[in-house]
Design a protein around this ligand. Sequence first.
Ligand SMILES: [Zn+2]
Length: 224
Amino acid sequence: MCPPPNSGSTERPWRKPFKAEKMLLGEWESKGRETHNYPWRHEYDNDLFRSTAEVEWTKTFNQLGLPWESEPLKFDMGPKHVSYTPDFTITGLSFPGSDRPLYIEVKRFPDEVDLTKYVRFTEWYKCDLLVLAHQRGGVLKPRKEGYFLVLRCPRCDTYDCFACDEPPPEDYQPPYAPPVCQACQSPFARVAVPNYFLIQQGTIATGRVALERHPISGLRLRFR
Ligand SMILES: [Zn+2]
């Protein structure tokens, strides 16, 4: 039996993940939904995508011969985060030393990254999430590497995340960031991560993830 939603103080999800169907624009409108909210505006390889960044990655996965699936599952994320649908999974792709499922989130750097939701997702669903936030200039070899300054409240275990073009110095103060957690006044813990980074079941790995062509396996995930 599933517990009812929003019960007690728990934020944890209760509904099982499911495959959400992508609708064509006509179907969307026939259900009375507004056109300007239609999410899948990009078509490629007989599939629909939310952004050009997703299409770029799809092309790259195809070039590398990797069997991808777009929006594989929609996950219940409880009353606060509502739901999360990772952008991709790739069959057979995993990180050395992890037997957890690996999901992929694609962003156009420096678009907003909802890190608290991503971390919760990897904790609650015991999985890894590879965040690929690339700049223009090619996804496998971005012209310029970027960074995120991550602020974490150790008490609330919530995160904020700021895009930086260079590795942020220790005393860097992001614009519009409060000096302490607004909810509990705790000082933030700070860590800088590259724009391709990995969240492993609730822990943000600080190494850079490199996706490289490999003569035999097609694609290699390197972590340094
Ligand atoms: Zn706090």
